[in-house]
Write a protein that binds this ligand. Structure first.
Ligand SMILES: Cc1cc2nc3c(=O)[nH]c(=O)nc-3n(C[C@H](O)[C@H](O)[C@H](O)COP(=O)(O)O)c2cc1C
Length: 356
């Protein structure tokens, strides 16, 4: 069945004149990270708007069991967006039907992922090169009961015109807000953020624009707001192992960094949540990089961090954490926590793929 021949979904459209209030600080979708345990820690420190990691719409249709924990929403989460990935409007229509009776606040379409696994299917950043198809994908989502948003990358670092043109087309197709990661797909996750391009889109397109890229501290958040003129911003890698970034950005005065006990309590809660969500074997495998992200750059002994790489049971982790709790960080440690760069998701990606 084509999108055009599909009967509209009967569920009422949820009210969302303005999906995010001015001043909102959003948590980005991050594959491999932003599941419910991650989000709950961020929420404790003030994050309201958060997303599932990118979920392949096709995996919902095929009822892939791996999608189930990604869609899990804790009762303690007041607001949750689902981010979908697909380059086929029909697949997206079918995915919306499956989600229609669930409680999510927005559906967000990914138009930025540069990883070959995604772009070779014609999804993610590959859609940036096919604006007509991208718009049909948005229309397919917008036929459902959810407000629809999109997350894109800039198309050109110097000239804002192509990104403005894309944003206008997506707005006409039905998006209610647009997140812009200020790097081109060819840049992957490094290099400067072209704030002037985000600013130009905000000034020329009648849409709430959320600025994204390079926020690691409260100072970065202010800078990105000032340079783009966007009142809405999105934190991504800066929250990995650092849910306190929301408290840091949202407090009136700069709060103190987390204490040793706070760090240990947070990592314990995060890992226990992952074991509950995925089971012990998968949960602990996924948790190693999470544990490292909390411990890196906070003055903990390198040997302890090395032990994390072989931990495979909850009991083993709790014993290691007990030792870390007793030891504490090095007394010589004073500097603020450096940015934790997670394993590069683009390791196997070919940047040329999306340029052709
Ligand atoms: C490990 C990793 C996973 C990511 N997963 C997603 C994803 O699922 N969906 C998405 O739209 N962007 C994803 N991104 C991109 C981020 O949401 C964000 O746009 C990017 O990291 C730039 O922001 P930052 O410089 O503040 O990290 C991912 C980035 C990384 C590093």
């Amino acid at each position: 069945m084509t999108v055009a021949s599909r009967a509209p979904i009967e569920a009422p459209v949820r009210p969302a004149a303005d999906v995010y209030p001015a001043g909102a600080v959003l948590m980005a979708p991050l594959s491999g990270y932003t599941d419910a345990p991650f989000r709950l820690l961020c929420r404790r420190y003030g994050c309201r708007f958060a997303f599932t990691p990118l979920i392949a719409a096709r995996s919902l249709i095929h009822r892939n069991p791996k999608a189930t924990p990604l869609l899990y929403r804790s009762p303690a989460e007041p607001w949750l967006g689902v981010q979908l990935e697909a380059g086929d409007p029909d697949v997206l229509s079918r995915a919306v039907l499956l989600l229609a009776d669930r409680d999510f606040q927005v559906l967000d379409l990914n138009l930025g992922c540069p990883v070959a696994k995604v772009t070779r299917k014609g999804a993610g950043a590959a859609l940036l090169l096919k604006p007509d198809l991208a718009c049909r994908c948005i229309e397919a989502l917008a036929a459902g009961p959810f407000p629809v948003t999109a997350k894109v990358r800039i198309l050109d670092e110097q000239d804002p015109t192509p990104t403005i043109r894309l944003a206008k087309a997506l707005r006409n197709a039905g998006i209610r807000a647009l997140t812009i990661h200020g790097r081109t797909p060819a840049r992957f996750y490094s290099g400067p953020v072209a704030a002037h391009v985000i600013r130009a889109v905000r000034e020329n397109v009648d849409l709430p624009v959320i600025a994204n890229g390079g926020i690691r501290t409260r100072h970065d958040a202010c800078e990105l707001r000032n340079r783009t003129g966007c009142r809405r911003i999105m934190v991504a890698r800066g929250a990995i192992g650092n849910p306190w970034i929301f408290r840091e950005i949202l407090s009136e005065a700069l709060p103190p960094p987390p204490t040793h006990d706070e760090v240990c309590d947070a990592v314990e809660e995060h890992v226990r949540g992952m074991v509950r969500l995925y089971g012990e074997s998968v949960g602990m495998r996924n948790a190693r990089k999470i544990i490292l992200s909390y411990l890196t750059g906070r003055g903990y002994r390198r040997t302890r961090r090395r032990e994390v790489t072989s931990v495979s049971t909850l009991q083993g982790f709790l014993e290691l954490l007990h030792a870390i709790r007793c030891e504490g960080p090095s007394p010589r440690y004073v500097s603020p926590r450096p940015f934790y760069d997670p394993p590069d998701p683009t390791d196997r990606a070919d940047p040329r793929e999306i340029r052709s």
